[in-house]
Design a protein around this ligand. Structure first.
Ligand SMILES: Cc1cc2nc3c(=O)[nH]c(=O)nc-3n(C[C@H](O)[C@H](O)[C@H](O)COP(=O)(O)OP(=O)(O)OC[C@H]3O[C@@H](n4cnc5c(N)ncnc54)[C@H](O)[C@@H]3O)c2cc1C
Length: 308
């Protein structure tokens, strides 16, 4: 692969061997062969195209809030998406507005901005870490709301087809999934989300703020602080994963520097020195124990990425 050629094409913008532990909420992850930050959409497209032309795999990194990056890191180019512009346009109906957010914008910042402007629909997101792009990929949601509820569509870039628009109905959005997540290994080169268009509706600001405040309160009460990637497993058909893990007696179970939170059993916390291997082993232990006790398979919500 043309890593050296790619490196010289990117010039001093590219960093070799950047530790990805600095770019994930777990605080875990080995080096990227090459790492570059995209501040604008044209830059983002250019880096993707350059990597593709050189036959170098690329990985789009949002806030790293849903990732367990391996200790060996990620081969190829990691593009840290910091395209953050947000525009608010009038909607088709009087009471709606369209929010067009670049994919590197922080979802919670977009939610707060919307609330401040009296726009409802994203209250559930006020404390959800991550970018708009990452939220679309995993169809992020909380307290009964999902980004798919308000998503009209996304502008997408692929090196062969350039920029195009995909309607929300074309995105295969489901519980914590989308075609982007499902087809990660099948769709080569993988499409990159450039921006998302969300339809929000006008409502009295005080009512929207009250809902957001209630969600914040509930989150602060139930979720542990510390280095994590949020919920590790998806909710199963019958039970929340945390309920099964807790009832399998696993709260507080530790491998290396990784521990099952005593506050919320579906969170694994990096106590500071955890490796990706520690977390992976803890994940396997949880799965085996829960299966042995309840005959239920836990499916991962977080993504394991990189070279294992
Ligand atoms: C404390 C905590 C609480 C959390 N609570 C919630 C919650 O309530 N609800 C919830 O749904 N999630 C929650 N999460 C998980 C996380 O916030 C979401 O999954 C979030 O949407 C991830 O966004 P990100 O930008 O960090 O994506 P990343 O983790 O950086 O990436 C995730 C995937 O998306 C891909 N990707 C990212 N951007 C693009 C793009 N522009 N184009 C193509 N692919 C892209 C990446 O390549 C990767 O495959 C929580 C996490 C933490 C740490």
């Amino acid at each position: 692969m043309g890593l050296a050629e790619l490196s010289s094409a990117l010039g001093d913008k590219a960093i070799a061997g950047e530790p990805l532990s600095q770019h994930t909420t777990f605080g875990i992850g080995g080096p990227a062969d090459l790492f570059v930050v995209a501040h604008t959409v044209p830059e983002l497209c250019r880096y993707v195209r350059l990597a593709w032309e050189q036959g170098v795999p690329y990985f789009i990194l949002g806030s790293g809030a849903n990732l367990l990056v391996s200790d060996k890191g990620i081969r190829g180019l990691v593009i840290h998406n910091q395209c953050q512009a947000v525009r608010v346009l009038p909607g088709e109906e009087e009471q709606t507005c369209l929010v067009v957010a670049e994919s590197g914008a922080e979802l919670r910042a977009v939610a707060r901005q919307a609330i401040a402007q009296g726009l409802a629909g994203l209250e559930w997101a006020v404390d959800v870490p991550g970018t708009v792009g990452g939220a679309v990929v995993g169809n992020a949601g909380a307290y009964g709301g999902y980004i798919s509820d308000n998503l009209r569509g996304v502008a997408v870039f692929t090196p062969q087809e350039g920029e195009c628009w995909w309607q929300a109905t074309q995105l295969g959005l489901g519980y914590r999934t989308s075609r982007f997540k499902r087809n990660k290994d099948a769709e080569h080169p993988s499409p990159v989300i450039l921006s998302a268009t969300l339809a929000l509706y006008r409502e009295e600001a005080a009512r929207i703020q009250a809902r957001a405040a209630e969600y914040s309160r509930r989150r602060a009460e139930s979720q542990p602080s510390g280095l994590s990637a949020g919920s590790v497993f998806k909710r199963t058909e019958q039970y929340p994963a945390g309920f099964l893990i807790e009832n399998a007696g696993l709260k507080g179970t530790q491998i290396g520097g990784a521990v099952v939170s005593t506050q919320h059993a579906n969170f694994i916390i990096n106590q500071g020195s955890a490796t990706a291997r520690d977390v992976q082993q803890l994940i396997e232990l949880i799965r085996e124990t829960v299966y042995a006790k309840f005959k239920i398979h836990l499916e991962l919500e977080i993504e394991l990425v990189g070279e294992w």
